[in-house]
Design a protein around this ligand. Structure first.
Ligand SMILES: Cc1cc2nc3c(=O)[nH]c(=O)nc-3n(C[C@H](O)[C@H](O)[C@H](O)COP(=O)(O)OP(=O)(O)OC[C@H]3O[C@@H](n4cnc5c(N)ncnc54)[C@H](O)[C@@H]3O)c2cc1C
Length: 634
């Protein structure tokens, strides 16, 4: 089977020199950063190399879009996996957002299919989960949308078959997916061993064919590429320290840490996390966009995923200043009680899209149902939770509706924008971390009929549900046929938790920093009990995904994107690095404490208090200190 591997040259975000920051302008001088192959693409290389191994007729084509120097990453790929390569380069591509990038790459893929594969369509397009500079994961699903093909996200392995079976991480669990047609696009997550360069291959790589194509040669429509073809625009970049949710106070003495935690815990009123945003006012001015503000209602078992409820609460507040209604869009095979839940959380109207083919998640079927409704009713805003499913679906819906989309927002506000002769009133300002969390970017939608965003779970609080709220339920006819379903998914392992850690007031969580299951038990449980006694609080032990994969505990206790979202009054993270997928599940916690031996661990950016130190030294001292403090308190 042939393979196209999409790769990207990115700035080295793991090593940003201090003087690369322009503190006056609040921007980053990208030219001062080293350029490297997107590290997450290495997993796609391994995947592709295993896929084509053993088939002497299979062709592997590496494709990248970028400036002429992006040729370097193609040579690097060829030094690891033999094949040929295409460099898509043209000044006309500059300034492209994800939609314009996806369109340009799709044009090149069409030419590869025509000319290098002689029209054969039995191929896979493989790429990394996301690029570490953009971090959006939007380009692959948008390429799939442009090409009208299926997309399998978060693949972690495969069986060549037949039939080809791809194992992937989905919102509800691990699944084995059979693509029913080809080509299909697969994004690979960090679950395979990266390939290493060999000296002989390195020599061959320099001799390999690298085709250089421009916009005209791939028949790209000039109106749909580069800045001109983009539906979003970054209008402010700033340092995360300006927007850092927490400023970590570093302490050295565990006893002092325990005292500070107890003081803060008793001082803070339960649930008192005010949404400090000032209400927006139109004051009689004509807004740039009109229409309802919608939230995609993602199902979880018989109910609705908490991120959808969080977004309804946020959409309510955004809608007030604009004087518009809030809508929830619920694709399902049977709605059950969900519309009532959505109304209780803040929806004025629930659009129920019921169809048997919407029982499980197929990206094309869901996209069809939702985008038909969006194109008909034209909401001004549509928000999706940045769950694995939301990150896969939102880019396709946005692309199909020709709408701008911003990924993984951590802040949303309604505001105005005026510069030169551009004057926008009451638009959605979407702020998100970029460049591996090294900068914050505020983005607005341009030249597009609606504004769309995915939002990290746990950024906003679940609103208090009001069972007496009244709303409208609109049943929307859905027309879908067998051609709208291209994937057959078989569940392998469920993420559904038998234990809820959501109700605990205190959570003590451990990560891969622990060495064994018995260490996990020896250190974590006594500390959780110690805080429980000291604070008179209900406590739970929890874990990062790596700790679950290490076998320290079960998935029932996992916090994060594919685990549970928790918002306890106190969250203690021990030996956890602070990967975005973990932060997503705990950033709504009131007081966060981090213990980590690495002073640069990202978890400290989200913590109120921290100790840089080793688990084996710090945790026993913390246990003793909680015991001593509890004895004094009684
Ligand atoms: C689709 C997808 C979904 C995911 N969902 C989740 C999710 O729901 N939840 C989740 O947590 N992750 C999730 N992940 C994985 C996530 O990307 C990270 O790999 C994971 O969170 C890392 O776990 P960790 O912090 O325990 O391990 P690591 O990143 O390995 O960090 C271990 C930390 O321990 C510290 N440490 C080591 N030894 C010691 C010591 N002796 N004393 C003190 N500190 C020490 C290290 O400095 C390091 O910071 C997901 C990934 C993908 C691709």
């Amino acid at each position: 089977m042939d393979c196209i591997v999409l790769v990207k040259q990115v700035p080295d975000v793991s090593n940003i020199p201090e003087d690369a920051w322009d503190r006056d302008k609040g921007t980053l001088r990208r030219a001062m950063l080293d350029s490297v192959l997107n590290p997450l693409d290495l997993h796609a290389l391994t995947f592709a190399s295993r896929l084509t191994a053993g088939d002497p007729n299979a062709r592997t084509v590496f494709l990248t879009m970028g400036p002429p120097m992006a040729r370097e990453v193609l040579v690097e790929c060829l030094a690891r996996v033999p094949g040929e390569a295409v460099l898509l380069t043209d000044n006309a591509f500059a300034g492209a957002d994800t939609g314009a990038t996806a369109y340009s790459l799709a044009c090149a893929i069409r030419r590869i299919e025509r000319e290098l594969f002689d029209g054969r369509r039995d191929y896979l397009i493989v790429t990394g989960m996301q690029s570490v500079d953009g971090d959006t994961a939007q380009v692959p699903p948008q390429i799939a949308e442009e090409l009208g093909i299926d997309h399998i996200a978060y693949a972690k392995g495969f069986q060549p078959g037949p039939p080809l079976t791809i194992r992937r991480i989905a919102s509800e669990g691990i699944e084995d997916v059979h693509p029913l047609r080809r080509p299909v696009l697969v994004t690979v997550t960090a679950c395979t061993e990266p390939l290493y360069r060999s000296f002989a291959r390195e020599r061959d790589a320099f001799a390999a064919t690298i085709h250089e194509w421009n916009a005209r040669s791939v028949d790209a429509d000039p109106a749909r590429i580069g800045l001109k073809g983009s539906w979003t625009q970054v209008y402010r970049l700033f340092s995360p320290s300006e927007d850092r949710p927490k400023t970590c106070e570093h302490l050295h003495d565990p006893a002092e840490l325990v005292t500070r935690i107890a003081e803060r815990y008793h001082a803070a009123a339960p649930g008192a996390a005010p949404d400090a945003e000032a209400a927006y006012r139109l004051d009689g001015r004509e807004p740039t966009y009109r229409g309802e503000l919608w939230v995609f209602a993602e199902r979880e078992g018989d109910g609705v995923r908490s991120v959808s409820l969080e977004l309804l609460g946020k959409a309510r507040r955004l809608a007030e200043g604009l004087g518009e209604r809030v809508g929830a869009v619920l694709p399902c095979d049977a709605a059950g009680d969900r519309p009532a839940q959505l109304i209780a959380a803040g929806a004025d109207v629930v659009y129920v899209l019921e169809h048997p083919l919407l029982r499980t998640f197929d990206p094309i079927a869901h996209k069809h149902a939702i985008s038909d409704l969006v194109c008909e009713r034209r909401p001004q805003v549509m928000l999706f939770g940045a769950s694995p499913l939301g990150r896969e679906l939102a880019p396709r819906v946005a692309y199909a509706c020709r709408c701008g989309l911003t990924a993984d927002c951590t802040r949303l506000e309604i505001g105005d924008f005026a510069k030169g002769n551009v004057n926008r009133v009451g638009i959605l300002k979407q702020t998100r971390p970029a460049l591996g969390g090294n900068v914050m970017a505020t983005i607005m939608t341009t030249d597009s009929p609606g504004q769309m965003a995915t939002v990290r779970p746990g950024v906003f609080k679940v609103p208090t549900l009001d069972p007496d709220r009244r709303g409208e339920i609109v049943r929307v006819p859905v027309t879908l046929g067998p051609d709208d379903v291209g994937l057959e998914a078989v569940p392998v392992e469920s993420f559904a938790s038998k234990v809820s850690i959501r109700d605990a007031e205190v959570i003590v969580a451990g990560g891969h920093g622990f060495r064994s299951r018995s260490d996990f038990e020896t250190y974590l449980r006594p500390l959780a009990e110690g805080f429980g006694r000291l604070l008179g609080a209900s406590t739970r032990v929890a874990a990062s995904r790596m700790a679950v994969e290490d076998g320290f505990t079960t998935h029932d206790y996992q916090v994060g994107q594919t685990g549970q979202t928790v918002q306890p009054r106190l969250y203690v993270a021990i030996g956890i690095s602070g990967a975005v997928q973990h932060i997503t599940g705990m950033q709504g916690s009131e007081i966060v404490v981090a213990i980590n031996k690495d002073p640069k661990a990202r978890i400290f950016n989200y913590a109120d208090f921290g100790i840089v130190g080793d688990i084996e030294t710090v945790v026993p001292e913390l246990v003793r200190a909680t015991g001593a403090a509890a004895a004094v308190a009684s």
